[in-house]
Design a protein around this ligand. Structure first.
Ligand code: AKB
Length: 320
């Protein structure tokens, strides 16, 4: 029976991935972990371990207790929070990953680790960014992702660790909000539209970024992890994407459901982060190596977000 550890399980991706993993492998096979202690009753509902991934000893103890087959290592600081705490960002993102790779090496554990479009930088081609491109990230978060990719490839080639990774774009989801990213606007905007009918965006309207709906992201992660090891030619991280849109295109799509919705723009420090990232990613290598194909475009994402966040259920047909 496959035993799985998920680090950072209470985050945006972890919260949805846990559900998919429990469906597939069984509730008792999936152990959640995170830095926070859970309230007394909540920790009886499922298997959860308090774990700061920087603590190698504690990680080793947990690994020895459960004898995991796979670790989904999601614990990370994101781009905006990372800029506010660069030292902590390096510590969690790089030293935490190195600890996970170390236990994976000694216990023959398969690993998933998310990289990001943030591994790229201002000199990377912005349109159709190829799999192999100049990666000169300008944020600490991006530096940790570029470094992490090299660490993954090193552990794979030098020690035979089966570590697999995706350069994730911004992820849109309804169950758990993201925390501290530059692409967070693409989730916040739905909640603000429903609650207040207006949103103040911290990016310019023409900012175009690669994005993906959570169900696509979960499918991508599971498909990559279940692929034949011989199909995984890239051991740094695979480019992956679903759709690229600008903030104003998202606003227009939301206005099909809430015509009176307005968006104001007050760009802050996150604009420079977004400007240093690619706008459109070429993910042909993921498609050819292990069959990646996204399912949700912008209109499907917006329709499902409103359906899941409950109202309004149908788009309003606008007449000119
Ligand atoms: C962030 O905005 O920091 C993340 C990412 C693109 O890696 N969502």
């Amino acid at each position: 029976m496959t035993k799985i550890l998920v680090t950072g399980s209470k985050g945006q991706i972890g919260s949805d991935l846990i559900v998919a993993l429990r469906d597939r492998y069984g509730v008792m096979q999936v152990i959640e972990s995170g830095r926070q202690k859970l309230p007394p009753l909540e920790d009886k509902l499922f298997l959860y371990e308090t774990l700061d991934v920087r603590d190698l000893k504690r990680l080793q103890q947990i690994v020895e207790r459960y004898r995991f087959d796979i670790i989904y290592h999601l614990a990370s600081l994101l781009s905006a929070t990372g800029e506010q705490n660069p030292h902590l960002c390096w510590d969690i993102n790089v030293n935490g990953l190195k600890n996970v790779l170390e236990v994976a090496k000694s216990h023959r554990i398969k690993v998933f680790w998310p990289s990001s479009i943030a591994a790229f930088g201002p000199h990377t081609p912005k349109i159709d960014t190829p799999q192999i491109a100049i990666a000169d990230p300008s944020t600490m978060y991006g530096i940790t992702k570029a470094t992490g990719e090299l660490l993954c490839r090193y552990y794979a080639t030098r020690f035979g660790v089966d570590v697999r990774s995706l350069r994730l774009p911004g992820i849109i989801s309804y169950s758990t909000p993201p925390g501290g990213g530059t692409t967070d606007f693409a989730v916040e905007i739905f909640h603000a539209a429903l609650k207040n009918g207006t949103y103040t965006c911290f990016l310019r309207p023409d900012t175009r970024l690669p994005m993906m709906y959570m169900p696509d992201a979960i499918r991508a992660i599971l498909t990559l992890m279940e692929a034949d090891p011989n199909a995984i030619a890239i051991r740094t991280s695979y480019n992956i994407t679903a759709v690229s849109f600008s903030v104003e295109e998202l606003v227009t799509e939301i206005q099909k459901y809430i015509p009176e919705f307005t968006c104001r723009y007050e760009p802050d420090f996150r604009q420079a982060i977004a400007d240093s990232w690619p706008s459109i990613i070429d993910d042909s290598k993921a498609r050819s190596d292990w069959g990646w194909k996204p399912a949700c475009d912008l209109s499907a994402i917006v329709a499902d977000m409103f359906a899941k966040l409950k109202k309004p259920e149908k788009p309003v047909i606008l007449t000119s």
